[in-house]
Ligand binder design. Structure first.
Ligand SMILES: [Zn+2]
Length: 99
């Protein structure tokens, strides 16, 4: 996968790397090899990883037995995803300045 750097405008191959912050926070990020601009791909803590696991389990579950079950599952998946996104955005703001 290639990305264009926001800062220097050059194109580079994305090589995701992991960094562990305090309190069990794991950041997946990549950096521009030319100007070292830092990009956070995802930031998770224990709680967010648990939510991601829950979402995965939900998606791996067998086919729903009824329309109602499908609807409930979809609703739960949406709720989980919203919570994951919000928590990740918050962690990113707090721990991983994009510079
Ligand atoms: Zn750059």
């Amino acid at each position: 996968m290639n990305a264009n750097c926001d800062k220097c405008g050059r194109s580079f191959a994305v090589v995701p790397q992991e960094k562990t912050h305090r309190k069990g926070i794991i950041e997946t990020y990549f950096a521009c090899p030319f100007c070292r601009r830092h990009y956070s791909a995802s930031v998770t803590n224990h709680r967010v990883r648990k939510l991601i696991d829950e979402l995965k389990t939900l998606r791996l579950a067998g086919p729903p037995t009824s329309a109602k079950a499908l609807e409930l599952r979809e609703r739960k998946a949406t709720r989980l995803k919203t919570e994951i996104d919000a928590k990740m955005a918050e962690l990113k703001r707090r721990y991983c300045g994009d510079e």
